[in-house]
Design a protein around this ligand. Structure first.
Ligand SMILES: C[S@@+](CC[C@H](N)C(=O)[O-])C[C@H]1O[C@@H](n2cnc3c(N)ncnc32)[C@H](O)[C@@H]1O
Length: 393
């Protein structure tokens, strides 16, 4: 076995042995010429009669089954060696992901992100937001009895999923010193660019306030009707002191700075306006889920060979255009001192727009090889990303 792979697998086993810090293990994909027992295995700790067990959930293609093992029993199952190509382990203070290539080599990625251990036995995730929270009723996700409306269930799940990404990203950025620990005098500042009905804006505010974190939240949307509605809700909830809405174009906003910039599904190049604002304002953390992409799509006129095998199919050309757009956005941020990742925001069953760019400002110097990659990519496709124009790159 490749020695880097052996070392990485040993690190995963060590992580599994520390049952008080273990958060989650996911095994997926199939290694070349190997068969896996199931398509995917998810493992999480659960508390049963006061003892931590590792709960395996796996699907045989028809039904999901779960089984619980003590940590040593689970490790003895040797599932890490069962032919899976992707192994992800999350523990309280970081993660390690291993992708085993066709040649059997390990591509290993580690993070120092902070994760929370969830020992609930219930297969459905413990809720972060109580559906009867007054803000959910006011924004229209829950009905007046405090139940999530059937028509808003996807939105509720999206808001929860967003918090699950925001909170650890925020904790890591604070722990690493990228964001100062918020105080009453210097609260954490968050802006939601293209906030619309402000589901996420209010959710971030309420969740963080409930956690005792001082915050000042601003929502920006070009629509005056959104500003009026959202400010009225804030007044009704008596939180106008710490959450305010403005009717402004993102590119023209009068807001000068924020620690955290979020933008979810801001249409087309409004996403670029949001990233440009975040970079120019020096936001420390940016969570950006892009929406429809037209800018690069429209510029992809001449396809370099051999990419025609993809672009001659309309739907595939569109998806490739989306990927090129987001990859170039990320690369620009990377060159401007951000550590950038693309993460799955919420399962595709809830919205097809499920990619989120997570960027943390580290101020690392631009790497010349990465700059060359960016230059080569835009030269190959003969495109100029809107974000590059906005940032005069
Ligand atoms: C698809 S909605 C998303 C709303 C919200 N972020 C969410 O995820 O629920 C996009 C919002 O962005 C706003 N928007 C689009 N372009 C904008 C711009 N250039 N400046 C400010 N707001 C913009 C729209 O008015 C709309 O409310």
């Amino acid at each position: 076995m490749d020695s880097a792979l052996a070392a990485a697998l040993a690190e995963v086993v060590t992580g599994l042995e520390k049952s008080d810090a273990f958060v989650r293990l996911v095994l997926s994909g199939r290694r070349r010429n190997m068969q896996t027992p199931t398509e995917r295995v998810d493992v999480k700790p659960v508390l049963i009669k006061g003892e931590v067990k590792y709960q395996i959930s796996q699907s045989d293609g028809r039904a999901m089954t779960t089984k619980n093992y003590s940590p040593p029993e689970f490790i003895a199952l040797n599932l890490l060696d069962a032919g899976f190509a992707n192994i992800l382990l999350e523990h309280k203070s970081g993660s390690i992901s291993i992708r085993i290539t066709k040649k059997g080599e390990a591509l290993v990625h580690r993070t120092n992100d902070l994760f929370e251990v969830d020992l609930s036995h219930d297969r459905s995730k413990a809720r972060l937001l109580d559906p009867s929270d007054p803000f959910l009723i006011e924004v229209g996700i829950s009905d007046s009895t405090g139940k999530v409306k059937a028509s808003k269930n996807d939105k509720y799940l999206q808001v929860e999923e967003f918090l699950r990404l925001l909170v650890p990203s925020l904790n890591s950025a604070i722990a690493a010193g990228h964001i100062a620990k918020p105080t009453a005098a210097l609260p954490l500042t968050i802006v939601d660019l293209g906030c619309g009905n402000a589901y996420l804006t209010f959710a971030a505010h309420q969740y963080l306030v409930n956690q005792g974190i001082p915050v000042k939240v601003t929502g920006i949307d070009v629509r005056e009707s959104a500003r009026l509605r959202n400010n009225q809700i804030a007044e009704k909830l008596r939180i106008s002191e710490s959450i305010t809405f403005f009717a402004e174009e993102i590119s023209q906003t009068t807001l000068k700075s924020a620690d955290v910039a979020i933008a979810l599904h801001a249409c087309d190049t409004a996403t670029d306006d949001a990233i440009a604002w975040a970079v120019s304002a020096g936001a420390k953390l940016a969570l950006i889920a892009p929406c429809c992409h037209h800018d690069i799509q429209a510029q992809m006129v001449e396809t370099p060979e051999p990419w025609q095998i993809i672009t001659r199919n309309g739907i595939m050309k569109e998806r490739l255009g989306d990927l090129i757009t987001d990859a170039l956005r990320m690369q620009i941020m990377k060159l401007l001192g951000y550590r950038v990742e693309a993460i799955e925001f919420i399962g595709g069953e809830h919205t097809p727009r499920n990619l989120m760019i997570r960027a943390v400002k580290t101020d690392a110097a631009a790497d010349s090889a990465e700059k060359s990659r960016y230059d080569a990519m835009i030269a190959l496709w003969k495109v100029k990303p809107a974000l590059a124009s906005l940032l005069n790159r």
